[in-house]
Design a protein around this ligand. Structure first.
Ligand SMILES: Cc1cc2nc3c(=O)[nH]c(=O)nc-3n(C[C@H](O)[C@H](O)[C@H](O)COP(=O)(O)OP(=O)(O)OC[C@H]3O[C@@H](n4cnc5c(N)ncnc54)[C@H](O)[C@@H]3O)c2cc1C
Length: 41
């Protein structure tokens, strides 16, 4: 069985959101994509 990987993205700016979106669409569901933003908005 293949173990899923976790991709951690720091920063929910334009770059972070685009990267998270593309990775989520491109990676299979066994892999996790986590986006962390330090600001509350
Ligand atoms: C005043 C101003 C006006 C601009 N106007 C335009 C414009 O009209 N058109 C245009 O195309 N571009 C404009 N830009 C440039 C545009 O904002 C940047 O190019 C773009 O936002 C960069 O995106 P980014 O994701 O790299 O960084 P950011 O958008 O800066 O996002 C980085 C994020 O990472 C978070 N972060 C940082 N460190 C950590 C950490 N350790 N842990 C968790 N989160 C963290 C920050 O809180 C932030 O939300 C402007 C910039 C400024 C300053």
């Amino acid at each position: 069985m293949t173990q899923g990987k976790t991709v951690l993205i720091l920063g929910g700016g334009i770059g972070g959101i685009v990267a998270a979106s593309r990775l989520r669409k491109g990676l299979s569901r066994e892999h996790r994509v986590i986006l962390i933003e330090r600001e509350e908005q």
